[in-house]
Design a protein around this ligand. Sequence first.
Ligand code: NAD
Ligand code: MLT
Length: 528
Amino acid sequence: MRILVSDDVSEKGVALLREHFDVDVKTNMPPAELLECIGNYDGLVTRSQTQVTEEVIAAAKNLKVIGRAGVGVDNINIPAATARGIVVVNAPEGNTIAAVEHTIGMTLAMTRHIPQAHQSIQEGKWDRKSFTGIQLSGKTLGIIGVGRIGSRVAKRMQAMEMTTIGYDPYITEERARQVGVELVDFDTLLARSDYITLHTPLTKETRNMVDAAAIAKMKDGVRLVNCARGECFDVHAIADAIKAGKVAGAAIDVYPDEPLTLDNNPFLGMFNVVQTSHLGASTIEAQEGVAVDVAYGVIDALNGKPVMNAVNMAPIPKSVAAVIEPYFSLAERMGTIAIYLADGPVEDLDIEYTGALSETETQHLTTAFLKGFLSPSRPDSVNYDTAPGLAKKRNLNVKESKSHKTGYYSTAITVKIKTSSGEHFIAGTLFDGKDPKIVQIDQYSVDFDPKGYLLLVPHIDQPNMIGQIATILGKAAININGMQVGRTTESGTNIMAVAVDDDIPNDILLQLSGIEGILDVKLIHCEE
Ligand code: NAD
Ligand code: MLT
């Protein structure tokens, strides 16, 4: 079998691959060249530079595995790979410490103007006035995303006598307490922090999370750090805020458009900015670690063995698969809806299987549910192998039960979600033995397809609610492709499930929430 290594990956990993396969290393290939040659390979190994687009996957006729030597898989079109049965495997742990240490180095370098002072010395100057900084001790560090990297940055910055606060809607108070981080809401983090460092994956929610509106809520003189994903910062808004004196400094390792050039660098010539070229993971240990981890993943995948860090699939015994396979996407989509339904960190998940599902092994369906549940927050690290472990780390108490008693639907999955602020219910089944349907949300009986973009809108049962929603969406040129109203006799309220073609911008969601009689507006995205 043939493997293409298309980015700079440590020789240790390449050597391991060579023991099993024919390996070609071709880095910095123009996209057209990659398209032309990818059909010859059974495996592809990348870092973050190679863009593995839908087009590349379509041309990759023999491809069985894509290995990503690192955490973020946002350069790989996962749905396209999954649809073609290509395993995507990453190396989520190997570069954590490198990214943590780079974040700290960048924070100190920005604070004390170390690169600028070095440059000045190199130019033969002895300037002791221009480079006065501040001290970290006594300052508050706001951490957006308290995962593998964010939590370790917290620990280390606590040693620097910083107070660490965090915004991460997906971890529990207990987990935050374990790493000495006070969990706060996003606006509080913005208002209280002297430093803000971001450590989230790139998702729909985190894209442009630090933008002009967020900056306006920050303290004057705040300092910003991004060693995670460039698209999470609106770099132009940050550059403007530095020019205006609102932001006192920025340390930036990652950019929306990489590689950064003189033409697209908004921070060019700015004294208060320290920049590196996506070097967070660039240590010998990290590069060897991720290369070796990903090589083992690729070898296992091509040898048909279970893959530890598969991002998109894992083997299931055939006998079990025959019964549960049709329910997989239902379970996963129910998980995604459940995380959006919950208004805070979830403590308990009770999953009940009835009918035919009560007579088979269902743990893989529970895993599919957990994958859907955790994916919005950890798209880079959740897969069928890691979902149960990640759920445990989040102190999620997951209980699986079975009942032969059938309700209205002969076979169904019902989930009770307990959060610190209350309980939610969601139930789903298959129509015609194949089409996933959600049949209950909280107290409401519903009947909608869990796919694409969905608005869930509980509202007072009164005239013209549908009309007002449709008018706002229509004016915003958002096409409604399905709508269903779920009712309950007791509460005088209904729920609308509105399926739309596209994502809905925040300002439109705010307009919808502002309609009198609307109790809540949740936009859910279920991967198709
Ligand atoms: P992780 O999955 O362990 O942690 C991410 C955390 O972000 C999770 O706790 C998650 O709950 C949280 N999160 C998700 N959505 C959020 C939201 N909307 N608001 C607040 N928090 C949210 O990931 P990690 O290993 O810590 O990596 C973090 C980031 O660093 C990733 O983007 C990764 O690709 C990047 N990274 C960059 C480099 C580099 O070279 N600069 C190196 C390694 C990792
Ligand atoms: C990652 O997500 O692992 C990092 O961006 C590091 C890299 O790709 O080099």
